[in-house]
Ligand binder design. Structure first.
Ligand code: ZN
Length: 81
């Protein structure tokens, strides 16, 4: 169930995903994730999104293929951005 820790985690999530969080913070977040399904789901989705943006060879992918991929990943809302 959501707790105060969830807010704490979500505030630090982008630093965590960018590998910019301190070791201490990472350990704290990972401890929380072990107990919290809600945050685990958020982190999984965010990770998917982050790696998508980082690793997609954007210029080589047609808008069509991108739309299909985003749809598959259920990230269609990001297409509006
Ligand atoms: Zn949580």
């Amino acid at each position: 169930m959501p707790t105060e820790n969830c807010h704490h985690l979500l505030n630090d999530l982008s630093a965590y995903l960018d590998g910019e969080a301190s070791q201490e913070l990472c350990a704290e977040l990972e401890r929380h994730l072990a107990d919290c399904d809600d945050c685990t789901a958020v982190v999984d989705t965010a990770r998917k999104t982050v790696s998508l943006y980082r690793h997609l060879p954007q210029p080589m992918m047609s808008p069509d293929a991108r739309a299909r991929l985003f749809k598959t990943l259920d990230l269609s809302e990001y297409l509006k951005a």
